[in-house]
Ligand binder design. Structure first.
Ligand code: NAP
Length: 278
């Protein structure tokens, strides 16, 4: 197939590495010419440009995957919609779906929303990694049936398991397991870093090990991505934060009251629940 990737960062670059390895013909468009050159050098694309008009394969591309920051998905789709053949399928990878998919389907009938649940804290083309999607789940929000099947096959070909759901259900679910953890983790890092006693803060930094690495990982990621999550999934995130605050206040109260039995019961339950979640 001829596949286009728009936005050659962590996700776009990683997808390109897998698709080139699978012998597709892959072109890329990114904001910077330097990024396009690096993507070619890394074999994440066969050729690239900062301008759609410079892509000779554009009119006969089978699938285009929009991997730009969230707030650039709709503007890029608008630009592309007037340039591609109506046979081309367009999908995206954005971490929010309800604010994108319905409008995107209005702009372009063969648009199918997707969200590969894979990533890491670094960003940019140099962070791209072969096999990043292997063994992970990809959300696909079904649309036109043949386009949906093709998008599902694309993600399956890079090792992903498909989960179909509506854009709204997607946003509700990721508020719990992705967007809320980013905010909690950011608050944790901020809290530790604001310890006023410099000696104590330095000691804490020295002692920080695997536990702190795990709990701080998502709060130490791409700031622009975290902001877009909050802006584009604001209501669901606020709901999740409110419920979380209630649980945190309950834990604080048990500790104040030395209600160790209640705390132990909760921790025993969460030890079991974590296994269910993962
Ligand atoms: P990233 O590493 O920052 O990559 C985004 C790339 O898009 C940048 O490198 C930039 O390339 C390019 N870009 C920016 N504006 C552009 C434009 N107007 N036209 C074309 N290219 C443009 O970010 P990412 O982590 O890959 O995230 C990209 C998308 O994946 C987001 O929508 C995000 O929600 C989604 N996502 C992220 C993760 C994750 O864990 N990071 C997981 C799943 C989905 P230049 O270098 O050329 O400026």
């Amino acid at each position: 197939m001829i596949i286009g990737i728009v936005g050659l960062g962590l996700i776009g670059g990683s997808l390109g590495l897998d698709l080139c390895r699978l012998n597709h013909r892959v072109w890329g468009v990114s904001r910077s010419a330097q990024t396009c050159a690096e993507a070619v050098q890394m074999s994440a694309i066969h050729y690239g440009s900062t301008d759609f008009h410079a892509i000779p394969d554009l009119s006969h591309t089978d699938i285009i995957v929009l991997c730009t920051p969230i707030d650039r998905i709709i503007p890029c789709l608008r630009e592309l919609a007037g340039l591609v053949s109506t046979k081309t399928i367009i999908t995206d990878v954005a971490s929010v779906k309800a604010s994108i998919v319905p409008s995107a389907m209005q702009i372009y009938a063969r648009f199918i929303g997707s969200h590969p649940m894979a990533g890491k804290e670094s960003q940019g083309i140099r962070s791209a990694e072969l096999g990043l999607f292997q063994g992970r789940t990809c959300v696909v929000c079904p649309g036109e049936s043949q386009a949906t099947d093709t998008v599902k096959q694309l993600w399956q070909s890079v090792g992903m398991t498909i989960c179909e759901c509506t854009p709204t259900d997607h946003d509700r679910a990721v508020a719990w397991i992705s967007h809320l953890p980013v905010m909690i983790s950011a608050a944790l890092i901020h809290t530790c870093q604001n310890e006023p006693n410099l000696e104590l803060r330095k000691l804490a930094q020295t002692l920080a090990s695997s536990g702190f690495r795990d709990t701080s990982r998502v709060g130490g990621g791409n700031p622009h991505l975290g902001l877009c999550m909050a802006q584009c999934n604001r209501e669901q995130l606020l709901h999740a934060l409110t419920i979380y605050q209630t649980h945190l206040a309950q834990i604080k109260e048990w500790i104040e009251l030395e209600n160790w039995q209640a705390l132990l019961s909760l921790l025993a339950q969460t030890a079991l629940d974590r296994q269910l979640f993962l």
